[in-house]
Design a protein around this ligand. Structure first.
Ligand SMILES: NC(=O)c1ccc[n+]([C@@H]2O[C@H](COP(=O)([O-])OP(=O)(O)OC[C@H]3O[C@@H](n4cnc5c(N)ncnc54)[C@H](OP(=O)(O)O)[C@@H]3O)[C@@H](O)[C@H]2O)c1
Length: 272
């Protein structure tokens, strides 16, 4: 796995604006989360890189290793943590607090998700609960555990999805959980704003070329083709590095006047 900085191609970069900060990025073993973790580390943050299963046991240390290679002062701490487990969520918070220079958690990026597709007629209790647990319940309770350790200037980012508004077949539960995160964001922006000095925002990607997308059903991918071809910015799917700079901006000090927002990372894809 190789990570290129989305700013490298434009010469000397913003680089070190997260030095001294500590960030949790859930689901950062691969895909969009891996790109976000690597970039926050490149900007100098200590990043807790999480994975769950055996399949990612090799991948997560590669992300942490990439952070060390940037030599930006950032650190990657690899941790096995299933965010549906209360014990693992607390472990994640404890490790983040212990690992950073200030013993605080400056940034929480809720990226991990279960993206399984299912037609309405086939949804079972088990499918519903599994997806709601990962995509909606875990971010709420991880936020609840992290907030007492977050200083003023803290940043919470929820990775949602354009699917929340698109009405694509097979996304009943997934799109509903993403819409729920958009609601969390606006409520938490109020609850954690003036009192805590924390901003809360969503970054909402359109289709992005990751395993989650490639593992989608053929019908789902087929349904998106006309939209992808007519994407205003370019006739293509998004890439991980189209999303990463939006998140790193939201994590930076410069985004202080942005909260309760949904930042669209869709290339202008037509949404219904
Ligand atoms: N790809 C797209 O087209 C697209 C479009 C819109 C929005 N998004 C959103 O972008 C985010 C990242 O998507 P992606 O495509 O990069 O996904 P991905 O490649 O499937 O990666 C998912 C990540 O989530 C982790 N994860 C899953 N269940 C977890 C759990 N219970 N506890 C902790 N971590 C867990 C996985 O860990 P393991 O590696 O250990 O399994 C993996 O690191 C998601 O929120 C997704 O909904 C993606």
């Amino acid at each position: 796995m190789t990570f290129t900085s989305s700013t490298d191609q434009h010469g000397p970069s913003l680089s070190a604006n997260l030095c001294g900060k500590t960030a949790i990025v859930t689901g950062s073993s691969r895909g969009i989360g891996a790109g976000i973790a690597a970039e926050l580390g490149r900007r100098g943050a200590t990043v807790i890189v999480t994975y769950t299963g055996e399949g990612s046991r090799q991948l997560a240390p590669e992300v942490s290793g990439t952070i060390e290679e940037w030599r930006s002062g950032g650190k990657g701490i690899t941790l096995q943590a299933d965010i549906t487990s209360a014990v693992d969520r607390q472990k994640l918070v404890d490790v983040a607090v212990d690992s950073g220079p200030t013993k605080k958690i400056d940034i929480v990026v809720h990226n991990a998700s279960n993206g399984d597709d299912c037609y309405l007629k086939d949804i079972t209790d088990q499918f519903f609960e599994r997806q709601v647990d990962v995509n909606m319940k875990a971010p709420l309770f991880l936020t609840q555990a992290a907030v007492p350790h977050m200083p003023r200037g803290g940043r919470i980012v929820l990775i949602t999805s354009a699917a929340a508004r698109m009405g694509v077949a097979e996304t009943s539960v997934n799109s509903a959980t993403k819409a729920a995160l958009e609601s969390f964001s606006s409520v938490w922006a109020t609850e954690l704003g003036q009192t805590h000095g924390i901003t809360v925002n969503c970054v909402s990607p359109g289709p992005i070329a990751t395993e989650q997308f490639h593992n989608s059903s053929p019908e789902f991918k087929e349904a998106l083709q006309p939209l992808i071809k007519s994407t205003p910015a370019e006739a293509r799917m998004g890439e991980v590095n189209d999303i990463v700079p939006l998140v790193s901006f939201i994590c930076s000090e410069e985004s202080r006047w942005v909260t309760g927002s949904v930042i669209s990372g869709t290339g202008g894809m037509l949404l219904v």
